[in-house]
Design a protein around this ligand. Structure first.
Ligand SMILES: C[S@@+](CC[C@H](N)C(=O)[O-])C[C@H]1O[C@@H](n2cnc3c(N)ncnc32)[C@H](O)[C@@H]1O
Length: 336
């Protein structure tokens, strides 16, 4: 008890001594010492006052920025509400864009890039994940030969259902993938007749069709992938067509990068200079218009080393009015 009384007294003395120090406090001098140059030099970002003001500004606007970001992402999700898989397939995956007699048709170009990427001999491992598969299968027709396990993913249940209909061979697909299977078999030098073997291979290696949201730091449900991550990721026309702006695109690229093991490969295909596409009759989906430099910079910011970049400029007769895309990029990169 006695000790406690002594401690309290000492504390009071200390506080009283501090108060006594302030007896001669001179506001004008204090301001002069701390709030004029060099400490308040607004031409230097490293002077003390601009640093403090910057911190305060960020602290009080972070909430606003986060809210704006969330609103942008929510608006994108809303624009997908009327997405119509059958119409999307019809717009993009039939002639003229999918004309296998022409090497310069959009789909022939994409399948050629994918074939080369997966036969160069540097991509290997057990697990391939396709991010934002949509209702399409063309993007995994080459990779399915290399990997023992393939996971397809999409945000929309209608797209996951479309994929499952083909995988379960119920004969109710909105698109006949046979010419695609035949074309990739030809690229592999197997002859078009091997197409049914490729179809069986694809059905055998797809283990899951999972929901995904690339705007979440963890885009898949916890535990969906083994802990080191996938050996390779494919993602086609997803990130730019689900992001409200370039920052969101770059962030989403970082999120999906988290699904990939270190040194794993990323195959990224996407639209250049596109501001919208039709997701169905009367469904206009906004897209971030990208150029090659922005794609390269986003990859670099997320720790990817670019191995190959190819660009396809749409011939006039492939501009069919279902979007305003001017070109397509193909990227092969490696995660550091
Ligand atoms: C332009 S489509 C691309 C489909 C297909 N990969 C292709 O190459 O045609 C974009 C896809 O992104 C999906 N998507 C929408 N929001 C998403 C999100 N937040 N995360 C992941 N995918 C999303 C859509 O459902 C749609 O299937």
């Amino acid at each position: 008890m006695e000790n406690k009384g002594v401690k309290e007294k000492t504390m009071e003395d200390g506080v009283a001594a501090m108060a006594a120090c302030y007896a001669g406090f001179d506001p004008a001098a204090y301001l002069q010492y701390n709030y004029t140059a060099p400490r308040a030099d607004f031409s230097r970002r490293d002077s003390i006052v601009p640093w403090k003001l910057g911190c305060l500004h960020r602290a009080f606007t972070e909430g606003v920025q986060e809210k704006t970001m969330e609103d942008g992402v929510a608006a994108m999700a809303a624009s997908y509400e009327g997405f119509d898989p059958a119409a999307y397939l019809q717009y993009n995956y039939t002639a003229p864009r999918a004309d296998f007699t022409r090497r310069d048709s959009t789909v022939s170009w994409k399948l050629g890039c994918l074939h080369r990427a997966f036969t160069e001999g540097d991509i290997s491992g057990g697990l391939l994940v396709d991010v934002g598969s949509g209702p399409t299968l063309y993007q995994v027709l080459s990779g399915c030969e290399i990997f023992e396990r393939l996971v397809l993913t999409d945000f929309l249940e209608v797209n996951r259902r479309e994929l499952k209909r083909w995988l379960q061979d119920q004969g109710k697909s909105s698109l006949d993938w046979t010419p695609y299977l035949q074309h990739v078999c030809k690229l592999e030098g197997r002859g078009a007749l091997a197409w049914s073997e490729k179809a069986s291979r694809l059905r055998a290696v797809v283990s899951d069709v999972l929901p995904i949201d690339v705007h979440r730091p963890q885009p898949l449900a916890p535990g969906a992938l083994p802990s080191p991550g996938a050996d390779c990721l494919v993602s086609c026309f997803c990130l730019e067509s689900v992001s409200p702006d370039l920052d969101a695109f770059t962030r989403a690229l970082g999120h999906i990068g988290g699904l990939l093991r270190p040194k794993g490969h990323l195959i990224l295909i996407g639209a250049l200079g596109e501001s919208f596409y039709q997701g169905g009759p009367g469904v206009q989906i906004p897209v971030v218009p990208l150029d090659e430099a922005q794609v390269c910079s986003s990859l670099k910011q997320n720790g990817f080393t670019l191995m190959r970049l190819e660009v396809y400029v749409l011939p006039d007769d492939m501009r069919v009015g279902v979007d305003d895309v001017s070109g397509i990029f193909f990227v092969k990169a490696r995660k550091e």
